[in-house]
Design a protein around this ligand. Sequence first.
Ligand code: SF4
Length: 95
Amino acid sequence: MHCASVKPGVDCVFMNKKGCSFNGGKCRTIVESCEGCDRVLIWEEASYCGSFPDPAAKWRQGHCNLATHVKKEKKDNGNGKINPLKASKRKAAGR
Ligand code: SF4
């Protein structure tokens, strides 16, 4: 159902006929780490996340997985070398 409180028109799983069923009855505002993210929505001079009702929870275990302003670090095997088996397979596949 579409939100009828802080994010009007945004489809939300917490919205039902009785209103917002999220803890506290509305989304929580963004945290400092969210600043710069394209998913931030501003409503009545407060900023909310367009994807999560509780942005602080998304940052508790590290980076938010949907943040648009954080570059993902490439996985590295620690020594900067390429796995020769994978490189061989890539070469055989023509990539
Ligand atoms: S997607 Fe993540 S970083 Fe972006 S506003 Fe939402 S909680 Fe914050």
